[in-house]
Design a protein around this ligand. Sequence first.
Ligand SMILES: [Zn+2]
Length: 250
Amino acid sequence: MPIHIDAHGQLHHDQAHNFALACPHCQVLSHLTPVSVPDYAQLVRFKPSHVGLVYRCDACNGPVFLKYAVKIYAANRVELASGFQELERAKEKFNFTYLPEDAEALFREALDCFGAGCFNAFASMCRRTAQAVFVDLGDNGKLRMFDQLNDVREMAELDQETFNLIRKVLFGSDGEPRPNMPALDAYSAGVLLEAIKDLLYQAYVRRGRLQQAMTVRRYFADDADGKVTPLAAAQFATGGGVPPKGRGGA
Ligand SMILES: [Zn+2]
């Protein structure tokens, strides 16, 4: 009798003190406190096969909705199955800043599919993301990504079966004989997610950050050489005030 609602409408959960989930709002693995439990009289009257409970995330105070199957309507309590369905799941994060528009739109949807637990839809969106990326990066970029996937395999010590599956999703062609998309379960989808995040990071985010950092370095190096006009001098040049003392001024 791990979870039940008693005749007074109290929820009893033997793991209540360490019941934690990744919160869909703050993404923290947080303890959940039940705040809204179905009314006992209503349950007994209508005997629904599933019930919804609302918990409070102890980290951010946000509501977390869970759905439980009812195991049995007993004499003085309603017993719930220990498994539950999360109605809102924590969203996967990714830095989209440096991705081309096409790839960004497709990968955002891919992450939504993953968050909703639709792992095969997620795999299809990953393939479409990869196709958009290959168009953007060209054949050389595609080959480079293939090498990177091999690196991921080595570093993460992926087994051959999972690696083949991920390779097929990302590098397989829609024109191959059916089924050209393998079926994914929660584990292989999780591995695919980490792999594609790493590939996109290497291809775009890392490059974008480096280029941005180099631009900033160049700007300050030029500034130190006096090639960049200080703001006050620029204002003076346009008739805005007194020339500054020191560098570039009097
Ligand atoms: Zn939270």
